[in-house]
Every structure is written in structure tokens, then in C-alpha cells.
Write a new protein. Structure first.
Lengths: 154, 903
């Protein structure tokens, strides 16, 4: 069941929209903002509210890396695997993160603080290799710099 | 259409300008590999497999690589398919597409008819270089029809484009991104769309395969096949059944540009297993007395007994069958005499179908070929639940609805074949599609305007629409403002269309509805619109039978009741589906002899004194007339075992014993066909619906087996080491053999689509005059109704009265694609999708009657079931599912009381 607040917020997006499915991404974002991720049940509720089938909505939800279909940690680290980052050392950045956090792609640290996800180009090629933590961008990374950033977030 | 002159690898060709280059190349016979393109789905440019080289001018020696499916043909174009760069590109592309492919052809049901195999060989990709692990997926259970094996996917997107965009399914989609793209459902579950089975043919790999075929799988090259016609509704879709070892293994689509095109519905694809059913009658059966069990008897005894029964100077009447061929019905008619021959349907149904025939004959509005429905630009459905009574018609209506919104793409100069862009331009705009039905239907979502009412309401609204179009049409008294507005909207929209289509049928049981449809169509024609009509019929030969009989089952029973008949010969029919149960039992008991010729054990069979085993469509040859009036020949696929014979042969032999009847001289099926044409001049075209049995090409028959069929010397090794002589088939141009004419036969005799290097169903391209259009030599089938276009029709005048309000309800039959048709319900996969008997009520009517969901109720003293509340059913109507096994004939007309059963 969607909460009253969630419904209201989605309805507001609907104003002026061509049809319900066209604001599907907004609806997912709104609910994820409150719940942290989109469970199967939540997905079905949103779909019903938008007059979509779960299949249609899940097709969108699973396309976007920023919509989580499983629970994530307090912070989500997106590691860019675009071409530029790859040339500039994406692999060593990933190896370092993996070793420091003890987790692989798609996993969450035991203490629940970090989830590690790959992401396609985040538009920071001029500062490659780059990552995002939640909505903050970090560029020109080195191993040392990563350790510092992680400390800030612990 | 303008032509363009183009150069391909140094040669000049003249083709239609503006089409996609890929289509043009394929039509010219070039083998350009492709995946995501499909003639019915057109281009999206997703797979990059159809690359060719384009050159700016003669001086350009380098050229550039482009996707032929996304390139419009222009005059003077210079193209290379064979350039080494582009060949290498195509080989590399397929190597990429197959990075994660499991290479499991030997255990894949697609193997041997796989487009991916064909294209891989064609591009010359032979060596896999990648060293990495393949990603793997979990497969889903998608229900009884379609098997899922996602690892084989090459991400061409055809499946979702067919399922979502073309068939309006909403429960199959694509998930994920990057190298992990999944085609399936959000979670396991039965695919809901009734055209889901087409995924089997649409998917170019082994992701989606026929799940029923898995239980008795045979490779395409090992199947014995012949051209056939679907027997599960009146549309007459063309099919290719495949057999091996005496078992029918599967049904595939047989393209006919004027009929079904590329697709079948799931009833047509999966209903076939009735042929293998344990309920088949495989040997003659007799009972010595009423209430006794049936005992088997030998064929000769059965023949003698049948002749004996007929010669006992009894008063014999024959009941024909709307699901049997013209030939079988005609043989019965000859056996009992025309005045004693009755159509095997309710008299009311026969009257409705003959009314439709009259309208089609009068002209000036002809029936539209099923395959041309998609070209119409406005559609009105009056009364018929086409999704469930004529499924492929529903699929084609969905395509017709796109035409008007496509004007937006035209205005932007986006070619319609650029599918993604054209759909984007048309957005979700609904075309002029109007649905006037007795209850909510699956098509409602796609319609611009829907109206629900009783059959009388539907007819009255239809008459108002006609009156708005032409004042000469009778006006309707007492219409309220809302309905008048609806009628005005519909009339305006139809009147503005260039090619409006009016669809109706006998589904509501009301002749007024059919008349209203005729008035609308005629009024449109008078307004100089290119109007067309489409009337559905319930069964595969309802129309053909209606040409041969003027009375039906109720009259036959009346003859028994009057004492005018004491012997009943029933052809391929379960009378309990036709009329009142008690009446049938009384009549059967009153008869001295009841003989049934049929292939399945059913209620009537269990009461017959003599049951003769006859062949199904797969085991016999004959002609069916589709709802459009198209006579189409279906050919025997395999020789049945044991005593099973075509109905007409049992009857011919009985006539031979009696000696007096002219049917005795029929040696071959063609003799009956000639007799039919002689007796019914209108049915003359039946002769030309396919070449005769004596037809040969270069002195050879057409082989039913492929040239690669395996095991012909060893398959019988358990019983004999000698290779048995194949059975003779004097009735058709086909041989039960791999030997015969190896080239392409005439279009009505194509036993399968195969061409060198094209083992998959896409070999069809090689059989069409242009890719996607009709078959070379014209689409099979001949029309038996020639509309008299010169005459001015007289508008139908009689309009149903408004009934005074009452507490009783109007019964309306509810059709179920899986459930309402007799034969397919003997197929376990289809039966598994059928509902249990129920009674549908509008929630307000239910509460007025003090009924709630699940309450057991009775209607008209003979229909029972639990109440199902259905908001989409208008007040005042009670919906009763039609044709579910064991539920007897439906209830239509009048009013009924719904009473609670207290047990
Ligand atoms: S499942 Fe088949 S049709 Fe669908 S994308 Fe994959 S290969 Fe293409
Ligand atoms: S629409 Fe009718 S004729 Fe066509 S496949 Fe389905 S049941 Fe058969
Ligand atoms: S067929 Fe042209 S890109 Fe797929």
C-alpha cells in the first residue's frame, strides 16, 4: 500500500503530465526516497496506482541504475565504468574499493554502510576516474583519496 | 508508388522507392542476414545484422556501412552486399550477438529450423574466440503454451515488439540493461495474451518454443506435413500441421496474405491435441440395446451393419456438421436425400448465418478478406466479442486502429516501416475504433468509444448510426440523448473514413444486430465510402453447411417427434451442444437406429447405436468455407491407423451396398467435389480451391516428407525390417513419402516453408511475390460469394422494440477462446486455460436479487453455476459462458430468472 503522502506527491507529478505511465520514473523516485528501495510489493502498488502492469513498470525500474530493486546500504557508491574512466584506471579503483569494503559488485557491507554498484558514464570524463557516493561526485581519484572519502562516510 | 532504379553489386534493379532497403533486397532474392526486422513488425535497427555498403556515387570506392533495414530505397542508390568489409562486419556482429549464447543446438527445440543457425552459417562465423564466462539466466514458467530458455537470447527485441506493440499484451517485457537484458515476465506466470504462441515463430532463436511440442518433440525435417486449415473457429486461418509416428506433433502458421498472414491465435495453435486425445474413436462401436455398453466390431461388420440399418426401409434423416468438410456433409446429404438433410446447428443459428450470406450476396458491400482488415482506417464492431469468437480478426483490428494515428508520422515524413519512430510519432492516440457489445471485452482498452447494452440495445444503436449516415435508413423511436450522441459520433467518424469496416456476427443471437450492421455498411457505401463488412461464424464450416441445408437440428428432432423419422445418421456432431438436452435424449431414444460418424467420444456418441470412426482434419482431405466465403482445401497430413476413415468413404460404401444411390459411383474425393459443383452452382469455385488429386508436377506428386527425413528404413524395425510401401493417396496431389517433386508447388499445395540456406520459418520470404505480400501465384482459396455490386440494397426495416422494464434478465452468451470451442477442449493445454461454468451478473443486479459472489444459481431451469460479479456487464443482463464441456446449448433470446439454489 502506498502511503497517503506518497500518493499525494505522485498525484502532484501527474498534474500536467500526458498520462500516468509518463511519470513512472518520478513515482519510483518518490517512493524510493521514502523507503530506500523498491520491493516487489511496492512495485506492484505503484504500477496499480499508475494503471500500468508490474511488467511494464519493472521494465523501466530495472533499466535505471539509480532505482534499487533490493535493499541497499546507507551509502551507495557508483563506480563509473564508462570508456574514459576505464582508460584512466577504473579497474584499480574498483579493486581498491572491493578490498577496502570487502564486497563485490551489487553487495552491501556487513555493517550496512556501503553498497557498491557499477554505473555507465556519469559525465565526469574530465575528472576520470570518477565515482559517485549518493549524489556527490568525486573525481581524479587515487587510492589515497578513496580512503579519505570512505572515512568521511563511515 | 514510384519505382527506383538501384544498383546492387554492379547490377541494376528496379524496385519500389521508399521501402526499406532490406525488404527490397530480400524481395529481389538476396540473402541479406537479419534478426530484428520482421515483415510484419518492420524496422528498428536493433541487431546491426543487416549491414550493407552504400556508395555516394560511381566515384566513391570506399563506401560506408549502413543498416539496410533503416535505409530507405532511393533512386540511383549504389549498394554492395558482398563487399569484403561489410561481410566481415556481419560475421563479427553475429559473433558478438552470440557471446553468451549456450551453443546448445542439439538439445534446443529450435535446432534445424533456427534463424540464428541459418544466419550464423550464412555470415560465415564459424569460430568462437571469447574466453570469458557466459552470463546465465533463470528461466520462467510461462504457462502451458510457451517454453522459456533465456540463455539463447540475442537481444533482437522481436518478442516484446510483437507481444506489446502488435498484440497489445501487457505481461511480457524486457528487463535490465547492458549485457544483462532479460525478456520475460516480472515474475513467473501464465502469459495472458491469446496470441502468445506466436512468440514461438517470432523469436529467431530457441528462447520461446512450443511447450506442447516438447512432450512429443520431432525436428522439422522429420515431420510429415501438408497444407491445412484451422478448424477451431470460422476464420479459416491456414496452418501447417506436422506428424510423425502416427501422432500429430504441432501446428505452425501457413502464411496466406489474404487470410491469416503471419499469425495464429493460441486456440488454433494448441487445440490440435484433440487429434491425439484418449477420447478418440479408433474403431467401430455398437451397442446391442439401449443402456448397454459399446462393443468394438470389425470394419467390414460395421460397414455391413450401417448398410443394413439404411436398407430397413426406415425413415432416415441426416444431421450434418458445421465442423465437417463440404464433402462429408454432401455425402450425407446424398445418402439421406436433400429433403432429409439437416444442418447440424440450432435452427436459429442457421437462420442468422443465412441472413449474413444474403447480406453478403446482395452487395454492394463485400466481405473483407481477413488479411486486408489491417488496411481499414475505421472499425465498428456491433455485438460480436471477436477476441473470443474470431481471434485473428481481433488482432487485425488492432493493426487497423493504427492507421489513422499514423497520419502524424506521415506528416513528419517518417516512413511507417520505421517502426519505433512512427510509433513514437503516433503516441498512444487511439484510432477510430468503436465497440458496441453486450459486455466488457479485451478490445475495450484499444477502442475510442465503447457502449454496452443488451442485444436489442446494440441493434437499436446500430440502426441510429445507419440513420445518421443515410436518412433513408429507418429511424428509431425513443432513443435517449446520450445514445443519440454516441450514434452521431460514430456515424461522423465512419463517414469521414476512407475504408471503414463494419464487423458483426451471430454471437449475440440477434438477427437485428446483423441487419443493423448491414444498414450501416450500405449507408456508408451510398456515401461513397469504400465500406466493407465482416461477419463471423462460429465454426470452421458453418458457412459452407449453410449453403447446403435449409433446416437444422431442431427441425430434425421435430421430424423424429412427429414420427416422420425413425433413423438418425449424425455426422461429426455432438447434438447436446445444439439444443435442449432432454429433448435430444427423448428423440434419440425414440429412434430405432442412431448412427454417428465422428472422431471423438462425446454425449451423443455414448447414446448412438453404431459409432463409425472417422478422420480428423489431419487424417482426411476436404474443403471448408470460411466466414468470409473463401473455400479452402485442407489436405490429409498422415494416414491414420486402424479403422479410421474419412466420413465420406463410410457413407459412399454404405451407398454402394445399397446400390441405388448415385453416391455409389464416387471413387475419389474429386468425384464428390464435382457433384457438389453440379448441384450448387454457387459452390463451383470449390473445384478451383486447390488442384485435383490427379495433379502432378513433371509427372510427380508433392512429397509430404522432407528430403532430409530420417529413419524411414528403421522406424518400423520393432515390427518389421522391411520398409513398408507408403500408403496410396488418390485423393490429393500429395505422397506419403520423401520422394516427389522437390521444387516449389502452387501456393495451395505448399506443405512447408523451406528453401536452401533458409531452414527456419523465414524461408517464407522465398515463396512470396514480394516479401510480406501475397504468395507467388496468388493466395490460396476461392470465393464462393460473389456480391452483386450493381444493385441498390433495400435497407432492413425491422427494429427491435424496447422491452418494458422487468425483474427478469436478458441472457447473453459469453464466449471464451479457451473453453467455448468443442474440439480444442480435448487438448489438455487449452482445457487447462478454460474457466469452470459460472453465471456473470452486474453487482447491482446481484444485490437486487440478494446474490453474492459464489452463490449457486439456476437459470431457466437448466443452467447452473456459481455467481461471478462482473462490473463490465451492464445491468439487466445475465452472462452465461457458451459451449463449456458438459453445459449443453447456450441460452439466448427472451428473458430469464436467476434463482438461488438452496441445497
Ligand atoms: S527472446 Fe528471442 S525474440 Fe526476444 S529478444 Fe531474445 S532472441 Fe529476440
Ligand atoms: S483465429 Fe480461428 S481460424 Fe485462426 S487460428 Fe485462431 S481459431 Fe484458428
Ligand atoms: S535487421 Fe537491420 S538492424 Fe536488425
Amino acid at each position: 500500500m502506498l502511503s497517503e503522502d506518497e500518493r499525494m506527491e505522485i498525484l502532484k507529478e501527474l498534474e500536467g503530465a500526458e498520462d500516468a505511465p509518463s511519470i513512472a520514473m518520478e513515482a519510483l523516485r518518490i517512493v524510493q526516497g521514502r523507503r530506500g528501495y523498491i520491493s516487489d510489493e511496492t512495485l506492484c502498488d505503484i504500477a496499480a496506482f499508475l494503471n500500468m502492469t508490474p511488467h511494464e513498470l519493472d521494465s523501466l525500474a530495472t533499466f535505471y541504475s539509480f532505482i534499487f530493486r533490493k535493499p541497499v546500504g546507507r551509502h551507495v557508491i557508483y563506480v563509473c565504468d564508462g570508456v574514459t574512466c576505464w582508460v584512466m584506471g577504473h579497474e584499480s579503483i574498483f579493486e581498491h574499493l572491493k578490498q577496502r569494503l570487502g564486497i563485490n559488485w551489487g553487495e552491501t557491507t556487513e555493517d550496512g554502510s556501503f553498497t557498491l554498484l557499477p554505473v555507465s558514464c556519469i559525465g565526469a570524463c574530465d575528472h576520470a576516474p570518477a565515482i559517485m557516493i549518493d549524489s556527490t561526485l568525486y573525481g581524479d581519484l587515487s587510492k589515497e583519496k578513496i580512503d579519505e572519502i570512505l572515512k568521511e562516510h563511515r | 508508388m514510384t519505382t527506383a532504379s538501384i544498383h546492387i553489386d554492379g547490377n541494376a534493379y528496379s524496385v519500389t522507392a521508399g521501402q526499406s532497403l532490406l525488404r527490397a533486397c530480400l524481395s529481389l532474392g538476396f540473402n541479406v542476414p537479419y534478426f530484428c526486422w520482421h515483415p510484419a513488425l518492420e524496422s528498428v535497427g536493433a541487431c546491426r545484422q543487416c549491414a550493407v555498403k552504400l556508395y555516394r556515387d560511381e566515384k566513391d570506392t570506399r563506401g560506408r556501412i549502413a543498416m539496410s533495414c533503416m535505409t530507405p530505397v532511393t533512386d540511383g542508390m549504389i549498394v554492395s552486399i558482398e563487399d569484403p568489409d561489410v561481410r566481415k562486419f556481419r560475421a563479427r556482429n553475429i559473433e558478438w550477438l552470440m557471446l553468451n549464447h549456450p551453443h546448445d543446438c542439439p538439445v534446443c527445440d529450435e535446432g534445424g529450423e533456427c534463424h540464428l543457425q541459418d544466419m550464423t552459417v550464412m555470415t560465415g562465423h564459424t569460430y568462437r574466440r571469447t574466453r570469458f564466462r557466459k552470463r546465465t539466466y533463470r528461466n520462467q514458467d510461462l504457462g502451458p503454451f510457451v517454453n522459456h530458455e533465456m540463455n539463447r537470447c540475442i537481444q533482437c527485441y522481436r518478442c516484446v515488439r510483437f507481444y506489446r506493440d502488435y498484440a497489445h499484451g501487457r505481461d511480457l517485457d524486457v528487463f535490465g540493461i547492458h549485457d544483462s537484458v532479460y525478456f520475460g515476465r516480472h515474475e513467473d506466470g501464465v502469459l495472458q495474451n491469446i496470441f502468445a504462441g506466436n512468440l514461438v515463430e517470432i523469436c529467431p532463436t530457441g528462447v520461446f518454443t512450443d511447450k506442447t511440442g516438447k512432450r512429443h518433440f520431432v525436428r522439422k525435417w522429420d515431420l510429415q506435413t501438408a497444407p491445412s486449415v484451422c478448424v477451431h473457429c470460422g476464420l479459416g486461418c491456414n496452418i501447417i500441421p506436422g506428424e510423425r509416428g502416427g501422432e500429430l506433433r504441432r501446428i505452425r502458421n501457413r502464411f496466406n496474405g489474404s487470410v491469416n498472414g503471419y499469425f495464429l491465435c493460441d486456440r488454433g495453435r494448441y487445440g490440435y491435441e484433440f487429434v491425439n486425445s484418449p477420447s478418440r474413436v479408433r474403431q467401430p462401436l455398437r451397442r446391442d440395446g439401449r443402456g448397454e455398453h459399446h462393443k468394438p466390431l470389425r470394419s467390414e461388420e460395421a460397414r455391413a451393419l450401417f448398410a443394413d440399418i439404411l436398407s430397413r426401409k426406415g425413415r432416415v434423416v441426416g444431421v450434418g456438421s458445421p465442423r465437417a468438410s463440404l464433402e462429408a456433409n454432401f455425402a450425407l446429404r446424398a445418402l439421406v436425400g436433400p429433403e432429409h438433410f439437416f444442418a447440424g446447428m440450432a435452427d436459429t443459428e442457421l437462420a442468422l448465418i443465412q441472413r449474413q450470406i444474403d447480406i453478403m450476396k446482395i452487395g454492394p458491400v463485400p466481405a473483407i478478406p481477413l488479411g486486408k482488415v489491417a488496411t481499414c482506417d475505421a472499425v465498428l464492431v456491433l455485438g460480436e466479442d471477436v477476441t473470443n469468437t474470431a481471434p485473428i480478426l481481433a488482432l487485425n483490428i488492432l493493426q487497423a486502429c493504427r492507421n489513422a494515428p499514423m497520419a502524424r508520422a506521415d506528416a513528419l515524413h517518417i516512413p511507417r516501416w520505421e517502426d519505433r519512430a512512427a510509433r513514437e510519432a503516433a503516441q498512444q492516440v487511439k484510432g477510430p475504433f468503436f465497440l458496441i457489445t453486450a459486455h466488457d471485452t479485451w478490445l475495450d482498452e484499444s477502442a475510442e468509444l465503447v457502449f454496452k447494452g443488451t442485444p436489442d440495445d446494440i441493434a437499436r444503436l446500430g440502426f441510429v448510426v445507419a440513420h445518421f449516415l443515410d436518412e433513408d435508413c429507418p429511424s428509431v423511436a425513443g432513443m435517449d440523448g446520450d445514445r443519440t450522441d454516441i450514434a452521431r459520433t460514430i456515424a461522423r467518424s465512419l463517414g469521414q473514413a476512407r475504408d471503414p469496416l463494419i464487423i458483426s456476427g451471430p454471437g449475440t443471437g440477434s438477427g437485428y444486430v446483423i441487419d443493423a450492421a448491414a444498414n450501416i455498411a450500405w449507408a456508408l457505401r451510398k456515401n461513397n465510402r469504400n465500406a466493407r463488412l465482416s461477419f463471423t461464424v462460429p465454426e470452421c464450416n458453418s458457412l459452407g453447411l449453410a449453403f447446403m441445408a435449409s433446416q437444422a437440428v431442431d427441425s430434425a428432432l421435430a421430424a423424429v417427434e412427429r414420427g416422420a423419422a425413425d433413423t438418425l445418421v449424425i455426422l461429426e456432431n455432438d447434438l447436446f451442444r445444439r439444443t435442449d438436452k432432454d429433448r435430444i435424449i427423448a428423440c434419440l431414444n425414440a429412434c430405432k437406429h442412431v448412427v454417428l460418424l465422428d472422431h471423438l467420444m462425446h454425449g451423443t456418441a455414448s447414446l448412438a447405436d453404431l459409432v463409425l470412426p472417422v478422420g480428423t482434419f489431419a487424417e482426411t482431405t476436404g474443403t471448408l468455407v470460411s466466414s468470409e466465403g473463401r473455400a479452402q482445401r485442407f489436405f490429409q497430413v498422415y494416414a491414420p491407423q486402424g479403422d479410421i476413415r474419412p466420413s465420406w468413404q463410410w457413407m459412399r460404401d454404405a451407398m454402394t451396398v445399397r446400390g441405388t444411390l448415385r453416391g455409389a459411383s464416387w471413387r475419389y474425393l474429386d468425384d464428390i467435389i464435382a457433384a457438389i459443383a453440379g448441384e450448387f452452382p454457387e459452390l463451383q469455385p470449390v473445384i478451383d480451391s486447390a488442384p485435383p488429386g490427379a495433379f502432378r508436377i513433371k509427372g510427380l506428386k508433392v512429397p509430404r516428407e522432407t528430403h532430409r527425413v530420417s529413419g524411414r528404413t528403421s522406424i518400423h524395425a520393432d515390427t518389421t525390417v522391411h520398409e513398408p510401401k507408403p500408403p496410396d493417396d488418390p485423393d490429393s496431389p500429395f505422397a506419403f513419402s520423401m520422394e516427389g517433386y522437390g521444387g516449389k508447388p502452387p501456393s495451395s499445395l505448399i506443405p512447408r516453408f523451406w528453401a536452401p540456406r533458409w531452414n527456419s520459418v523465414q524461408a517464407l520470404n522465398k515463396f512470396q511475390s514480394e516479401v510480406g505480400s501475397d504468395l507467388v501465384g496468388g493466395d490460396p482459396g476461392c470465393m464462393v460469394i460473389e456480391p452483386n455490386t450493381g444493385e441498390e440494397p433495400v435497407y432492413r426495416q425491422s427494429i427491435p422494440e424496447v422491452l418494458a422494464p422487468s425483474g427478469s434478465l436478458v441472457p447473453v452468451p459469453l464466449y471464451h477462446i479457451f473453453g467455448s470451442e468443442e474440439l480444442s477442449m480435448f487438448s489438455s493445454s487449452v482445457a487447462g486455460r478454460a474457466p469452470c461454468p459460472y453465471v456473470a451478473l452486474n453487482p447491482r443486479d446481484a444485490s437486487r436479487l440478494g446474490l453474492s459472489n459464489g452463490d449457486e444459481v439456476e437459470i431457466a431451469g437448466r443452467w447452473r453455476g456459481p455467481v461471478v460479479l462482473r462490473a463490465g456487464l451492464p445491468e439487466g443482463i445475465v452472462g452465461v459462458p457458451s459451449g463449456l464441456p458438459g453445459t449443453g446449448a447456450g441460452i439466448t433470446g427472451g428473458r430469464v430468472d436467476v434463482t438461488k439454489v438452496t441445497s
